[in-house]
Design a protein around this ligand. Structure first.
Ligand SMILES: O=C([O-])CC(=O)C(=O)O
Ligand SMILES: [Mg+2]
Length: 235
């Protein structure tokens, strides 16, 4: 039906978002048990930007971006707008004008399972966007989706107020109730990776750093001298 706007939804606190933005999407994805990652078809239009925001969710009808204007008004500092169409659509729902409006409200970025346009302008103004498509064809106005309801997007369910973390590798969702706990695990993981990095730097390989030798032995690895191998003296 559409047209529902839920107001007063809880948000992930700004301080937690600030800490979350210190970790990569890959680290957070691992830290929460390899969960929460949007499909890899959702890609950044820019490179080198990482943002964390509190989800303002929206659905849009195919080829119509009216609901984005409605959603923008619900956004505030620290939010990230995350939008999915009710049926697949590659049209350019969003461009530099809507981005200017979101930026003015302190919104961290946009994730959309559809098309965007004006990408050069979006890049110049530094407003980060992750989308499935880039498409110059614009949308019309007149039909309503919903704002701040749970949405299904690119393989994940997102509730308003969940934390959304996005960088060059993609987009990961952390449910609002789990953010603090996931941050602890992410910190532990970073510390472990720091130790591993030091060992790699010193010349060790993953076989020892990750204790993989028993595993590859069990899997049947064989090392054969080249000459023996050429002479067919081994199978
Ligand atoms: O106006 C639109 O429908 C989308 C767009 O190009 C913009 O926001 O600049
Ligand atoms: Mg435009």
């Amino acid at each position: 039906m559409g047209g529902l706007v839920v107001t007063g939804t809880p948000r992930t606190p700004l301080d937690l978002l600030g800490t979350l933005a210190g970790y990569s999407v890959a680290t957070v994805h691992e830290a929460q048990g390899r969960r929460g990652l949007l499909a890899s078809a959702i890609t950044p239009i820019q490179s080198g930007m990482r943002v964390a925001g509190s989800a303002v969710t929206a659905t849009v009808t195919p080829g119509d971006n009216t609901t984005i204007a409605v959603a923008v008004e619900q956004c505030q500092e620290g939010d990230l707008l995350i939008i999915t169409p009710t049926a697949p659509c590659d049209m350019g729902y969003f461009g530099d004008l809507l981005a200017t409006s979101l930026k003015a409200r302190g919104v961290r970025g946009l994730v959309i399972d559809a098309g965007v346009r004006d990408v050069a302008d979006l890049q110049t103004m530094g407003f980060p966007v992750w989308s499935r498509h880039v498409c110059a064809e614009g949308t019309t106005k007149g039909n309503l989706g919903d704002v701040n309801v749970p949405i299904s997007i690119a393989g994940q369910i997102v509730h308003p107020g969940d934390a959304v973390l996005a960088d060059d590798d993609g987009v990961v969702i952390v449910s609002r109730a789990r953010v603090a706990e996931v941050l602890v695990t992410a910190q532990e993981r970073e510390a472990k990776e720091e130790l591993s990095r030091a060992r790699y730097l010193a010349g060790e390989t993953a076989l020892d750093v990750n204790n993989m030798r028993p595993m590859i032995e069990a899997a049947g690895i064989r090392y054969v001298d080249y000459r023996m191998w050429q002479e067919g003296r081994t199978s």
